[in-house]
Design a protein around this ligand. Structure first.
Ligand code: GLC
Length: 473
């Protein structure tokens, strides 16, 4: 399977590359940057949604699943992108949003019975705060996210058939798989019962409102696997990775039909060897982990873990066994930026979505116009300056991607000094120092790659350093 240990590069289309000067990234721009991805050595790109959308949730509110928003281009441009990506050996993954549509999708008007309704709200909170129910006429519709995102009823066979058509549509145009959005929300309790109070911690971060309640009815219903089987049936053997906002112990029914699941326990682990180890241990006790440590919802490596740890975080991400997802900009250690305009940036996530920094110019080579979100700090980190610098983060990430091809199968976590995370990958050993002090590392052989020139000396890891070394620990 091509995806088994693939590196998938996440493109946030609005912010990757603009080609027409309107300040918003687009498909032609993306196509013009494919050489960067090929040079970096990634296997695939996943693009966040590019469908027509009123932008209540920046594209995750889809108003037509089988078209391209004009701001990004059209189907001809999409076809050209897929063709040119394939010509470079890059696979293309789309983002499919099956649990909810935009409230402006014609389905909501034409097929109200495709959605979930109740005479009165129950106690389910929406992921973005407030009740998950909004009144329409004399009834209430369910929205697990914003009110502009009504939830589809996947127990209605017409919904299943319509969404299968959508999945087939893009596969017929050559896409190689899907990242499936918020898939734990696909199936809810058929009786839409109130959630009881929480009896145990959920295992991943929640809003205070959500954390008070158990999460047994509003998501992850027992017949989830049956619904996923219909998705798989439409997709053949295309790669399907699920955004399952559940601890890995609950992945099993999803992995009956999906290939992989984002490992949120690692994404949320603090930069502490013990916590990272516990997350990796939990997640690798079963199959299916797709590693991710940053994305458009939770921020970038250099900000999440601290600029001093960004290189070691990239080394960790890219040396774990299984598919790894790298968010655009993380290869140059790009930092989060200021929040956007609150009327658009309702959940405070524009900080993670500023344009890609290609050059040190004020608009960073992203656009010839006014960028939809300002550039953060192109003078500080940009592709052009880092490309020919062997000591840059970009060079490190590129070398890590090449090196991971040579790492053997399996993973064995090693005992190490406090603050040091260490594991064997086949006949290599990886060690990461999560502290600001020098620490001993259980590595014997020659260093194949380190986060900095003197990362390991006489068996001691430099502060914040990581290494991949030949030989077992
Ligand atoms: C996923 C997306 C996020 C979106 C949400 C609702 O979590 O990654 O950006 O807001 O689903 O579709």
């Amino acid at each position: 399977m091509w995806w088994a240990d693939a590196v998938v590069y996440q493109v946030y289309p609005r912010s990757f590359q603009d080609s027409d000067g309107d300040g918003v990234g687009d498909l032609a721009g993306m196509r013009s940057r494919l050489d960067h991805l090929a040079w970096l050595g990634v296997d695939a790109l996943w693009m966040s949604p590019i469908y027509p959308s009123p932008l209540a949730d920046f594209g995750y509110d889809v108003s037509d699943y089988t078209a391209i928003d004009p701001v990004f281009g059209g189907l001809a441009e999409f076809d050209a992108l897929v063709k040119e990506a394939h010509a470079r050996g890059l696979r293309v993954l789309m983002d499919v949003v099956p649990c909810h549509t935009s409230i402006e999708h014609p389905w909501f008007r034409e097929h109200p019975d495709w959605y979930v309704w109740r005479d009165e709200p129950n106690n389910w909170p929406s992921a973005f705060g407030g009740s998950a129910w909004t009144r329409r006429g004399d009834r209430f519709y369910l929205h697990s996210f914003y009110p502009e995102q009504p939830d589809l009823d996947w127990r209605n066979p017409e919904v299943v058939a319509a969404m299968q058509d959508v999945l087939r549509f893009w596969l017929a145009r050559g896409v190689d798989g899907y990242r499936i959005d918020a898939i734990d929300r696909l199936m809810k309790d058929p009786e839409l019962r109130d959630e009881p109070p929480a009896a145990e911690p959920f295992g991943l971060p929640l809003t205070d409102e959500e954390a008070k309640l158990a999460r047994i009815h509003a998501l992850n219903a027992p017949d989830t696997a049956e619904a996923l089987a219909t998705i798989r049936a439409a997709c053949g053997d295309a790669f399907l990775v699920g955004e399952i906002y559940l601890p890995s112990a609950k992945w099993q029914p999803y992995l009956e039909h999906l290939d992989a699941a984002f490992a949120f326990e690692l994404l949320f682990a603090p930069w502490d060897a013990g916590a990272l180890r516990a997350a990796i241990e939990a997640t690798t006790s079963g199959p299916g982990a797709a590693w991710v440590m940053s994305n458009h919802d939770f921020g970038r490596l250099a900000t999440r873990f601290g600029a001093e740890n960004a290189r070691a975080a990239a080394l960790l991400l890219l040396t774990l066994p299984g598919a790894a997802f790298l968010y655009q900009g993380d290869e140059i250690g790009q930092r989060d930026g200021p929040p956007g305009e609150s009327r658009y940036d309702r959940a405070g996530r524009d900080r993670y979505r500023h344009p890609m920094q290609w050059t040190g110019d004020p608009a960073a080579g992203f656009t010839t116009g006014t960028p939809w979100l300002p550039l953060v700090d192109p003078w500080h980190s940009n592709v052009e300056a880092q490309r020919d610098d062997p000591a840059s983060m970009l060079s490190l990430v590129r070398e890590l991607i090449a090196l991971r091809r040579t790492l053997g199968d399996g993973l064995r976590l090693l005992d190490a000094a406090p603050g040091v995370l260490a594991y064997e990958r086949g006949d290599h050993t990886v060690a990461v120092n999560t502290t600001g002090d020098a620490r001993p590392a259980p590595v014997g052989g020659e260093v194949a790659l380190g986060t900095q020139s003197a990362a390991l000396r006489d068996g001691t890891l430099a502060p914040h350093a990581g290494v991949v070394a030949a030989g077992r620990g």
